[in-house]
Structure formats: C-alpha cells, structure tokens
Design a protein around this ligand. Structure first.
Ligand code: FE
Length: 231
C-alpha cells in the first residue's frame, strides 16, 4: 500500500474528554464519526496507552469538543502531546463538566457532544468506543478545524499514538534545502522562519536564533534547546 493513499481521508480535530472518579482528562483525536442518527451515536478510536482510554473504560462516558479553525497550537499541543499522568491539562483551560461527568472545552470549541458508551471493540493498538449522544450544543459559528488544515496550515504533527500516525519519511517529500528550519526532537514540529509562530507572537521572517530564550515549542512546550537544525 502507498501510505499517501490513506492520508487522503478527511478528518476534523477534537478533544475527547472523560472522567474517572473525581478526576478528568482529555486528549486530541481526529477519529470521530457519526454512526447513526436515530438514536444519535458516534464512534471514536483511542490508543490503549492513553490515560483517556483508561478513563473511558472505567466511566463508560466521553465527550467530544469540536475545535475551531482558530484553536492555537498551544491548546492542541497540551492535549495532544502531553499526558494527563504528568500534568493537569485542564488547569488553565476554560471548561465545564457535562451531563455524563466528562469535561467539555469552552475555548475554541464550536460545539460538543456528550456520550455514554454502548459498545466497545478491541482493534489491537486501539479501542473503538461507540457512544450514544446524551447531550450536545452548538457553541459558535466559526469553521471547524480539519486535520488537513492542522497539518498544512498550522504545521501540526501526529503523535505516535494517533490511529492515523504514519512515519513521516514515508509520506513527506522533503525539499533538498530546508536551511533555517529547526525540528523539535520531542514532537517533530518544524520551526520555519518564513512562517514564524504567530500564535506566540513571533512574526514571519524571524530566524530560529532570533527567537527569545523564553520561546517554547508551540506543540509540546519544550525549550529551544530541544530543537535541532534540519539537515
Ligand atoms: Fe515539540
């Protein structure tokens, strides 16, 4: 199979929330889709290594916060490249608890769906959870973020635990010369001086060397010292 073929499938970008006892957690997922409309049901695919997986198995509930195109990389990075085992992902994030007890993100969310698990399918590295939608609201008219937009416009990467993860060298035709670009050794984000990092107030045309020492990877939050020059 040519891995580029499977990359043609379209997705959105979502935060899946769940709970375990009085704890809440959430993670980025692109694999969310509606199964039926009567009753309304959804399927999500979650990696077994993720803390959110453990929480959904335990509480049999999950929420889906649908992210807008305006969602910053810092939000996606906090929920996509960090573990709730290490940090409280909700500490500085506006959220509320839904009917099922799962957290709903209120910043950069255009709508949410709150679900009760009605079926579980083991698919090896991941589990497919099918949920019946108990509650859902529209929160804004801003366009949703698509996975394609996240990759192409925001320069986003997929963590190894994503259902759709493909090793980069299999899909990316790297230009012969990419001088001036630096790659994050932790998450794979590439800082491109031509684009800058507008989410962090870094103007296009700013070289990596000119970035302030306080600047951190917009996806995973590590400092400049964790970056290496692209060959
Ligand atoms: Fe990073």
């Amino acid at each position: 199979m040519n891995p580029k073929a499977i990359r043609k499938i379209c997705y959105g970008v979502y935060i899946i929330g769940s709970k375990k006892g009085d704890k809440i957690n959430g993670q980025i997922a692109n694999t969310v889709f509606q199964i039926t409309s009567d009753p309304p049901t959804l399927a999500i695919s979650i990696n077994k290594q993720n803390l959110t997986h453990e929480f959904i198995l335990e509480s049999k509930t999950f929420s889906v916060s649908i992210l807008s195109k305006e969602a910053p990389m810092s939000l996606i990075g906090a929920f996509g490249f960090k573990s709730g085992r290490d940090i409280d992902k909700f500490k500085d994030i506006k959220h509320r608890i839904g009917i099922t007890g799962s957290p709903i993100i209120l910043d950069y969310t255009i709508g949410y769906l709150d679900c009760e698990v009605i079926a579980i399918t083991d698919v090896g590295t991941h589990t497919i959870f099918i949920g019946k939608v108990i509650d859902g609201q529209e929160l804004s008219d801003v366009e949703p973020m698509t996975y394609d937009y996240y990759h192409k416009i925001k320069g986003g990467k997929s963590p190894k635990t994503a259902p759709t993860y493909i090793k980069e060298d299999e899909t990316e035709d790297k230009p012969a010369s990419v001088s001036g670009k630096y790659r994050c050794k932790v998450c794979g984000y590439v800082y491109d001086p031509a684009s800058g990092d507008p989410d962090s107030g870094i103007k296009p045309g700013t070289s990596f060397e000119e970035l302030p020492e306080s600047w951190t990877c917009p996806i995973c939050g590590v400092p400049k010292s964790e970056f290496e020059k692209e060959a």
